[in-house]
Design a protein around this ligand. Structure first.
Ligand code: MGD
Ligand code: MGD
Ligand code: MO
Length: 765
């Protein structure tokens, strides 16, 4: 860890800071020369698809179609560092449990399959056949309902299809994935509203839009390639109105590091034209205010016989439920809306008036909307606003959830789903001659509940760092140790390997950037981006070790060890040639994956058919539905008691990918050398008798008899709304009660956790 340094950052997103940060990590991971050549292949039709975010890949890529953080992800995966058997021999698991996340992954790539040895408290190398034999025997002895098959959103469509099939043939739908902690609120909100579970916007829509509404997504850190279409849009005079408690730098100003003139002249583009620092969980109120203002203006227009504000033709022909929405909005006082959103009525009306004049509007959002108790309702409220003016299903308009992991959306498309109704089970039954389980499987929160209760006995992880990513860290880690079996298919060492079950395996896999050679030659894989386009991807660098295997090979190995032979499914022939897996995917989903093998390298990808884009609505009413929420409160549980109460937002820094911590520099927020900080508003500091630099303890205000605390955080005075505070994920996950999740989608509510902040007690002598 370098020295702590905390000072305001004045530069733009991108720019020289970005270039410098990139050189730093390429040097640290010892790959300056090869790294640069590799990056030229990133997100190109003939190259590999970035392992960082899921943002869309254009058909005509830039010379360098990657961003600072995508390049960091490449460097992190292609590091020269190795976590070899010698490393594991030198450290007990108990010792490694004391290491920070950064130090664990910084050991480098895993090189050998490893099995936990209780006698020495160490991981020891094991042969692949031996690993599969024991895992297979253990799984066969367990009740299938007690086994979880988790996926973290990165594995390819080919791997994911096989993995989902493995779980179903084994006998369960226990297929939670990282999406359950992420955009599940989207997947639950959109189908009843517009009849599809995903966004309706494509990259080309950015060229035809007049206004972009941006809710709770930190583009500069988490989807930086989107800054290019945003910059282009701004140059055309498109307005961007942002709702975010923090003034995130990428939403304010951007200097394109790939534009020499911009770099030399230090010029930057202003991104947001209005910036509203809504309170955490205040979006439901703010969106209600926006709808209320639009409805009021429409009534005025109608009375004065001016052109209507609502798209009445669209509403008439295509929607249902406007009256109920209008009733809800009429019933809300501006005073309540102001109090809950933290925004002035004038500010909301200013945003509404731009919205009413814009012809085509895109609504973009991320975790700031989805990770709340009423995340689903909040997403539906954004849909309501868009529907009022017909902003779904035409060029330049649409809803745009920004997905996280690079193939998280695709994993759902090919069957990784705990909800059996989302999967063509009958077709699978016919294709493979087995009876798929029909019982609902466990999602992430339910899997955690099962682990806590002891009803879950084994956990298989296809990537990810489950126990670190979920809420209630302390009881979860304790319960995790009682698992009979934990198996993690991984690229790097993380905490989920160390907390481990009684029998524990780490199975090291190839990353997507590496050449994957099988019997028929080097293989390609595919994924789906955030705009529902499918892309092929080819590895470009040599595998990290002769002992690692590809994810399809590992999944097939597990399948062959657990399942009885099936004459309709030859796992080995799939592994020999992944094109055969794609043929199987096409057979299961003929409409979505028509001519899959022929189309997978089309520049810009090929799109999944989306009825809502054509204004066909696969909903119960056959129309797009306005869905009114129950109230304005996005986080209605846990009533705040005393005046020490604050709502905690858990945040990603600019130097991490989820639980992977690349370093200790959150450049845009001016924090360096530490992650143990708490962002606080000056007004709250004064109220609590605290000052910048003080050390505080944070406790959850949950009233459920469980103590949850993070102690010894350094206070950083910050431009964050009064009543909110911010800290880093995953360190703050200790504070989130497992039951504090979206009511409908069960996405953990990680963005407004009621906490009490107090000056840290001096250490007892
Ligand atoms: N470099 C990098 N890229 C990533 C990731 C990463 O960790 N690092 N993670 C990937 C994954 S899996 C995901 S899901 C995405 C996550 O990307 P985002 O969706 O951007 O998620 P967060 O960084 O958690 O924070 C979202 C933003 O919401 C704001 N916010 C918090 N609470 C509220 C609220 O109540 N209302 C509003 N309007 N805003 C709020 C925060 O200030 C922050 O700017 O990024 C993906 N891309
Ligand atoms: N408090 C709080 N909690 C959150 C969030 C939040 O905003 N706040 N965000 C939530 C969100 S949006 C998400 S998506 C989850 C993320 O939860 P996960 O997806 O479970 O976690 P990651 O940190 O992305 O997983 C990192 C690990 O994946 C492995 N890995 C990396 N690349 C590969 C690969 O190519 N193949 C395989 N097999 N393994 C690989 C590495 O071993 C690495 O250590 O966390 C959630 N938790
Ligand atoms: Mo995510």
């Amino acid at each position: 860890m370098s020295d702590e340094k905390i000072e305001a950052y004045t530069g733009p997103a991108g720019g020289w800071g970005s270039a410098g940060s990139l050189v730093e990590i390429l040097t640290r991971e010892q790959i300056p020369a090869t790294g640069a050549a590799m990056l030229m292949k990133q997100n190109k039709p003939d190259g590999f698809m970035c392992v960082s975010c899921a943002w869309a890949k254009p058909a005509k890529p830039l010379a360098f179609e990657y961003c600072e953080n995508g390049a960091k992800a490449t460097a992190w995966e292609q590091t020269r560092r190795r976590a070899t058997p010698d490393f594991f021999a030198a450290h007990t698991v108990s010792e490694l449990l004391g290491w920070p996340d950064y130090d664990l992954e910084e050991q480098g790539r895993l090189t050998h399959p490893m099995r936990y040895d209780p006698a020495s408290d160490r991981y020891r190398p094991v042969a692949w056949e031996e690993a599969f034999a024991e895992i297979g025997a253990e799984l066969k002895a367990l009740d299938p309902r007690s086994v979880i098959f988790y996926a973290s959103g990165r594995a390819s469509l080919e791997t994911s299809y096989m993995y989902a099939l493995l779980a179903r043939m084994y006998g369960n739908n226990n297929l939670p994935d990282s999406s359950n902690m992420c955009h599940e609120s989207t997947s639950v909100a959109l189908p009843p509203a517009i009849g599809v579970p995903v966004g309706t916007t494509r990259l080309e829509d950015f060229e035809h839009t007049d206004l972009i509404l941006f809710f709770g997504q930190n583009v500069g850190s988490n989807a930086p390639r989107m800054l290019h279409p945003l910059q282009e849009a701004r140059r055309r005079g498109v307005q961007i109105i942002t709702f975010n408690p923090l003034r995130e730098r990428g939403l304010e100003r951007f200097t394109n590091p790939q534009a020499p003139l911009e770099m030399l002249t230090n010029s930057s583009t202003q991104i947001s034209t209005q910036y509203h620092q809504v309170k955490a969980g205040g979006d439901l109120a703010a969106l209600t205010g926006l709808c209320k203002a639009v409805l009021a203006a429409d009534r005025d227009a109608e009375r004065a016989r001016r052109p209507r504000i609502l798209d009445t033709a669209f509403i008439e022909a295509h929607t249902h439920g406007l009256e109920a929405l209008a009733r809800f909005c009429d019933g809300q006082d501006w005073a309540d809306i102001e109090r809950r959103s933290g925004l002035k009525r004038e500010a909301i009306e200013a945003a509404a008036s731009v919205y009413m004049r814009a012809r085509s509007v895109i609504g973009i959002y991320g975790m700031g909307l989805t990770q709340h108790r009423k995340g689903t309702e909040t997403v539906q409220m954004l849909v309501n606003l868009l529907l009022l003016r017909g902003n779904i299903g035409r060029p330049g308009a649409g809803i745009c959830p920004v997905r996280g992991h690079s193939n998280v959306q695709g994993q759902r498309t090919v069957g990784i789903a705990e909800k059996p109704e989302l999967v063509p089970l009958d077709r699978l039954a016919e294709q493979y001659g087995f009876e798929p389980p029909r019982e609902k499987g466990l999602n992430t929160v339910e899997a955690c509940e099962g682990i806590l209760k002891g009803s879950v006995r084994a956990f298989i992880g296809l990537g990810g760092n489950f126990v670190r990513a979920v809420p209630d860290t302390a009881p979860m880690e304790a319960a995790w140790r009682a698992l009979r079996l934990s198996v993690q298919v991984s690229t790097k060492l993380n905490r989920a390997h160390l907390v481990r079950g009684e029998i524990a395996y780490i199975l090291p896999c190839l990353g997507r950037i590496e050449v994957d050679r099988q019997a028929s030659g080097p293989q390609a894989v595919s994924m789906e981006d955030s705009c529902s386009a499918f892309h092929g991807s080819r590895g470009v660098s040599e595998p990290v070790s002769a002992h690692v295997r590809s994810e399809p090979w590992i999944v097939a190995g597990l399948a062959k060890a657990v399942l009885a032979p099936n004459p309709k499914l030859d796992w080995d022939s799939w592994v020999a040639d992944y094109a055969r897996i794609r043929d199987a995917i096409e057979a299961t989903y003929p409409d979505v994956f028509k001519d899959f093998n022929a189309r997978m390298f089309e520049p810009g990808g090929f799109y999944k058919p989306l009825a809502a884009r054509e204004r066909r609505w696969n909903t119960e009413t056959g129309r797009a539905n306005f869905i009114a929420p129950e109230g304005l409160e996005a986080d209605p549980d846990m009533p705040r008691s005393d005046e020490t109460g604050l709502d905690l937002i858990t945040l990603r820094s600019n130097d991490q990918f989820n639980t992977t911590v690349y370093g200790y520099s959150d450049r845009f927020r001016g924090v360096n050398g530490t992650r143990r900080i708490l962002f606080m508003n000056g007004h709250d500091l004064a109220r609590l008798g605290l000052a910048d630099g003080d050390t505080v303890d944070v406790e959850t205000d949950a009233r459920d008899g469980v103590e949850r605390a993070v102690r010894g955080l350094r206070v950083v005075a910050y431009d964050i709304p009064a009543g909110n505070c911010g800290g880093y994920y995953p360190e703050m996950n200790v504070l989130i009660p497992l039951w504090h999740h979206d009511e409908q989608a069960k996405t953990p509510a990680a963005k407004a956790i009621p906490v009490r902040v107090t000056r840290a007690a001096p250490n007892p002598v």
